[in-house]
Design a binder for this molecule. Sequence first.
Ligand code: GDP
Ligand code: CA
Length: 313
Amino acid sequence: MTRVAVLAGGVGAARFLDGLVRVVPPSDVTAIVNVGDDMEWAGLHISPDLDTITYTLSDLVNPETGWGLRGESRRTLDRLSELGGPDWFMIGDLDLATHLYRTHRLSAGDTLSDITRDLTARLGLECVITPVTDDRLRTVVCADAGELAFQDYFVRRRASDAVHSLRFDGAESAQPAPFVRDALASADAIVIAPSNPFLSIDPLLSVSGVRELVRSSKHKVAAVSPIIGGQAVKGPAADILQSLGHDVSALGVARIYAELANVFILDQEDASLAPAIETETGMRVVVMPTLMIDVDAKMALASGTLKAVLDAA
Ligand code: GDP
Ligand code: CA
C-alpha cells in the first residue's frame, strides 16, 4: 500500500490526480484542495477547485475548458443576465445543481469537508477529496487597481493585472479540515501538484500547521513543475513569477519549493536546467515529460513522480 497525499489546485492538479488514481488504488489517494478561490456568487457558495477535481475524476468535466460539466448550457446565466444579475462568472446549468446542494447544506450547518465527501461518494469516487480547511479562506490579489477579490482578478479582469503581492484572508485562524493532518502525516508520498504556486499551493500552505507538516515530511515530498520552457501550460503562473521578481522558469519554481520538497519533477524540455536546480536547491531533479495531453501521459507522470519520491525517501 502506498498512501499518497496531493496538494492540489484546479485544472493542473485534476489532470495529475486523474493519472494517479489509475496507477495506485484510488482509496490510497487524498487530494488536499485549495479553497482560496472560493466565492459567494448570487447567494451561492462556489468552490471552483474542489469542483474541477471532482468533475475530472468522475469523468464529467467539460474537456474543452477543463472545468464545468460536459454538455451543460448557460440558459440560466443568460436569463440572469437579462434580469441584470451577475453574469461575468460562468456557471453552467448543470454545475448550478452542485452549488445549490452545497449552499443548502452549508446553511444547515454542515462543513465543506462533509459535503464534499458526500458529493464525491455520490459520484462513486473512492479517493478522498478534502478542502484544506473548513474555515473561510480567501485569496486577495494586490495590484495597481488596489486589492482585488480572487475571482475579480482571475475571471472578471482576466488575470490581466500585474500582481504585486497576495494575501490569504482568514489564514491566521483557519484550521486544517479533519483528514488533512492525518493524510499528510501518514502518507508514504506527498506530491505538490503541477498547480499555480502562488494562487493554488501558497493558500493551502498558509492554513495553520500545513506548511510545517509538509516541511517536516520533506524526505517524502515531490513537487511537479507547472512551468515548461518558461511558460505556464495555462493561466498566469509565469506572469506572477515575473511580477513578484522570480526567475520565470522551472528554476524559479524550484527555488520556491526547495524548503518543502526533496524531489523536483522537471519537464524534459527543461532538462538543461537540472544541474543548476540540483546545485542551488539541493533537491533531487528527475526529468520526464510532464505535459498531460492524454490519459497515458497523466499516468506516466503520476507513476514517474511516485517512483522518484519513493526512491529518494
Ligand atoms: P487552476 O485552479 O485551474 O488555475 O489550477 P491549477 O493551479 O491546478 O493549475 C494551473 C497550473 O497548472 C498552471 O500553472 C499550469 O501551468 C499547470 N498545468 C496545467 N496543465 C499542466 C500539464 O499538463 N503539465 C504541467 N507540468 N503543468 C500543467
Ligand atoms: Ca483555482
